[in-house]
Ligand binder design. Structure first.
Ligand SMILES: [Cu+2]
Length: 113
């Protein structure tokens, strides 16, 4: 038996494409200068106790400790709240932390914890 073996040798040339990858250095934008004024720091939270809640008028009576940013001694007084919804979760007797600011002569609570 005569066997002819044809061996086909296929050589495959792999062409490696060399891509010049340009490395784009994305420079971080260092222009984000977030300047916070000293009057809007979280450290201005003052302890207080809820004495009266007026949801319709958006007012809150607090017995508060010294308010550092307003230079106010401890007392019981009425504040306005920035948003009436801030009063929803409160109950008389609650001890809270609040931030009060002087808005054109009106002492306004901007944050309650
Ligand atoms: Cu006061």
């Amino acid at each position: 038996m005569k066997t002819n073996k044809i061996i086909a040798t296929i050589t495959t040339f792999a062409f490696a494409s060399i891509l010049s990858v340009g490395v784009v250095a994305t420079a971080a934008t260092g222009n984000d200068s977030s300047i916070k004024t000293a009057t809007t720091q979280a450290a201005d939270m003052t302890p207080g106790e809820v004495r009266k809640i007026d949801k319709q008028a958006g007012k809150l009576t607090l017995k508060h400790e010294r308010i550092a940013n307003l230079n106010m001694p401890p007392m019981t007084m009425v504040f306005r709240v920035k948003e009436k919804s801030m009063l929803n979760a409160l109950q008389v007797g609650d001890r809270i932390l609040f931030k009060a600011v002087d808005k054109n002569g009106v002492l306004t609570i901007t944050e309650i914890k």
